[in-house]
Design a protein around this ligand. Structure first.
Ligand code: NAD
Length: 576
């Protein structure tokens, strides 16, 4: 039966390809596996083989022609077969444009072609966008209602990592003793821990201020509200308002902790969010965490290491829903081994006052169990913080406060861009920064699109956990064919020195080309090592290419090399 020959997808990021050569002409016979045409994309050229025996009945895309991936380029079949249906379909689809082009076309022309850029929000999205726009010659104003550096620097990534670092010393002292270096940890001075965390935050916030000044960016304190691409209203703390005029606006308004409608949560003063958990006056004896996502796991790990009794209640069957299930299960075992109590498929129904602090009623397996804790950390996600922007009044399309943008980060209003957490999608500082650069470049008349393919997820547990690309669950859902290579850190010298060899590297390579489609690392410095895998995904590197890259010895990231070897069943330091 006649079949379409299609433009192959030679990697995750390929959207369009060009036929540079046909090896056969219409009417020629081909056998399965014969070279049939060469395809070129912006990164590589590949020779494509015939998927079956037959006759090349039609060349739809001639040499030199380009088409989106999966578009028909030819028809293979038997002599005399009716291929009119395939050709009609091909004609219908011929006008389809790749998503990037379509999005670019659909964006209405930008308002005002000047270079005055107003950025609403000075977090890792907004300040990066401001600096990039200034680098491109923009006259930039940042409007910030609270602190430069946003959630990340003030009440998110940075203070959490400072707490985690502080919480690691006792463990380090225990490990030191194992190495014959006996260190005595005298006592935990909680006030000093908080002061040191504050010092780090102040230093980094001051750094952002300095960077903005050095780039000639003006900062206004107040709440910004876009009226149009050319006007932003600023309301100061004393209630006075002013209008900032410009040419383009970049909204980087961030997010706030979501508080679920669980009876008793709002009323109980011992129920805190992540901001509260980062500034407790004293170390709690016990902490119950609602939500086994990134915040719950990271802060739970830190408090457990400081000596608090920690219980995590998660509604779903697994922790960290966005991470690879196999390695998440390993991490759960490690956390439980440290004494953290973890209950999955368990739902918090209500919170009541108790002498200890709070009583949390949890439903699991049809039963209600009550847990008592001094503090309850509510970590069930974050939500966009866009109410003050009055998006509907400005005509900015949004889904219940989540701003809608195209690949250029432009909203439904030409000349108004939005980035980061206020889109309500991937709430990560590094994503906001990348989108900030894309928005700034487009606002300044350059062409840029956001592509999240190489965006890593990093969880700062002990050991660290990081992933990039697809999880195995996602690859299965998408029906992809892939090969897996795993390597246990118990067989890696540097890991044995650093943490006794706890952890695993897992790589997934797509078939038939062998390009890296997903990488997951549980182990020392996983959050740093994952960048190598992100680059490999971005460059569409194959297992062969990762194998051919020489890794330093002794390093933890030799295990990435070994996992690539494992995908070809030829590891050196493990039997295959
Ligand atoms: P999250 O979405 O990562 O996890 C929330 C968890 O709470 C989910 O697993 C969900 O199933 C669970 N949950 C929801 N309602 C529940 C209920 N009633 N009972 C029990 N469980 C419930 O959210 P988060 O951990 O609050 O983090 C918020 C945001 O901040 C995320 O977007 C995260 O990516 C970001 N963040 C990132 C990092 C990092 O990159 N290292 C660190 C902290 C926060």
């Amino acid at each position: 039966m006649a079949r379409e020959l299609v433009m192959p997808k030679l990697g995750l990021t390929m959207k369009i390809g060009k036929i540079v050569k046909w090896y056969v002409k219409e009417g020629d016979k081909v056998a399965s596996g014969d070279n049939i045409f060469d395809v070129e994309n912006e990164k590589l050229t590949n020779t494509i083989q015939s998927p079956a025996d037959g006759i090349l009945l039609k060349v739809i895309l001639p040499e030199g022609g380009s088409a989106p991936v999966l578009a028909p380029v030819g028809v293979l079949g038997e002599e005399g077969e009716d291929i009119s249906a395939i050709l009609a379909k091909a004609e219908g689809g011929a006008e389809e444009k790749p998503a990037a082009e379509a999005a670019a076309d659909s964006a209405a022309p930008a308002a005002g072609s000047g270079n005055r850029i107003t950025v609403i929000g000075g977090g890792p999205g907004g300040y990066v966008a401001a600096i990039r726009a200034a680098q491109l010659g923009g006259e930039v104003t940042v409007i910030e209602k609270e602190h430069l550096g946003g959630t990340c620097l003030n009440v998110g990534c940075i203070p959490t990592k400072a707490l985690l670092h502080a919480s690691s010393f006792e463990d380090a002292a225990r490990e030191a003793a194992d190495y014959g270096v006996e260190v005595t940890v005298k006592k935990l001075n909680w006030k000093k821990v908080m002061e040191k965390k504050g010092e780090i935050v102040d230093r980094l916030v001051g750094g952002v201020d300095g960077l903005l000044r050095a780039n000639g960016v003006k900062v206004i304190e107040g709440v910004g509200r876009p009226l149009s691409a050319g006007k932003v209203e600023v309301t100061r703390a004393d209630g006075s308002t002013e209008i900032v005029t410009g040419d383009k606006v970049i909204i980087a308004a961030g997010s706030i902790p979501a508080i679920p409608p669980i009876p008793g949560v709002k009323e109980n003063k011992n129920c805190i969010d992540s901001t509260g958990a980062l500034s407790l006056k004293k170390l709690p004896k016990s902490l119950l965490i609602i939500g086994g996502g990134v915040i719950g796991i990271e802060l739970g790990s830190a408090y457990k290491a400081f000596g608090t009794e920690v219980t995590i209640i998660e509604a779903l069957p697994k922790l960290l829903p966005m991470m690879d299930g196999e390695l998440t299960a390993q991490l759960r075992n490690i956390l439980e081994g440290e004494g953290i109590v973890i209950k999955t498929e368990s739902k918090v129904m209500s919170v009541e006052d108790s002498e200890v602090g709070a009583r949390v009623n949890v439903e699991a397996d049809g039963q209600t169990i009550a847990y008592e804790a001094e503090k309850v950390l509510v970590a069930v996600g974050r939500r966009t913080d866009t109410a003050a922007l009055k998006l509907d009044e400005a005509g900015i399309k949004n889904d219940r406060g989540r701003i809608t943008v195209n690949e250029k980060q432009e909203t439904s209003v030409p000349g108004i861009y939005a980035i980061g957490d206020c889109l309500g999608k991937v709430m990560l500082a590094h994503v906001a920064s990348d989108q900030g650069m894309v928005a700034a470049e487009n606002a300044m008349g350059k062409e840029a699109v956001y592509d999240g393919t190489t965006n890593p997820s990093c969880v700062y547990t002990n050991p660290e956990f990081a992933g990039v690309g697809l999880t195995e669950e996602q690859a299965k859902e998408q029906g992809l064919e892939y090969r897996v290579g795993t390597f246990p850190l118990a067989a890696n010298g540097k890991s044995i020195i650093e943490n006794g060899g706890v952890g695993t590297v897992k790589l997934m390579f797509g078939e038939p080309y062998g390009q890296l489609i997903g990488a997951h690392i549980l182990g020392p410095r996983a959050t740093e090592i994952i960048a190598e895998c992100g680059m490999a995904i971005g460059l569409e590197a194959t297992d062969e290419e990762m194998i051919s890259m020489i890794h330093g010895h002794p390093t933890v990231n030799e295990s990435v090399h070994e996992a690539a070897l494992a995908a070809e069943k030829r590891t050196i330091h493990m039997p295959n």
